[in-house]
Design a protein around this ligand. Sequence first.
Ligand SMILES: [Zn+2]
Length: 161
Amino acid sequence: MFARIKHQLRYWGYLLLKFAAAGLVSSFALWFLNLFWAPQTRLFHLAMGEFSYDLMYTSLAGVWFLFSYGLFYLAVWDHRFRCRTCLRKLCMPIETGSWGHMLRLGRPQMEYICPYGHGTLNIEEVQFPGTVPPEWNEHGNIWDELFASADAANKDSDSRH
Ligand SMILES: [Zn+2]
């Protein structure tokens, strides 16, 4: 139970860390941009005077905004494909389900797995309103379960002899 909370904290903490890094890079970029309009600009602020009068500054500020947005987007996008337990990148995408055999196999999904077997992530192929958000299934005790069934099988065959 505590291990689970610890993993959750680490998982979201790592996202915060990435946000902090993205924020740093983005403010560095703004600082660099403002250098060219110094000394009228305050280095870590969007210079509103220039923003409304200087087309060059306005366009570059627009590029800067897109760049910063992209950084945060990348951080979130990358985070979706990380193991909730060990933060490693998920790998081995396989397609499951089929539109033609939806009742038997379910809707098409991509399934990613942690290289250390902590869990799998299922992402619906088509994201439309009302579909399930990406679903993380933890394989907490996959080995315990396997060994348990092996033990049970052994006991079974013992009792038969
Ligand atoms: Zn893992």
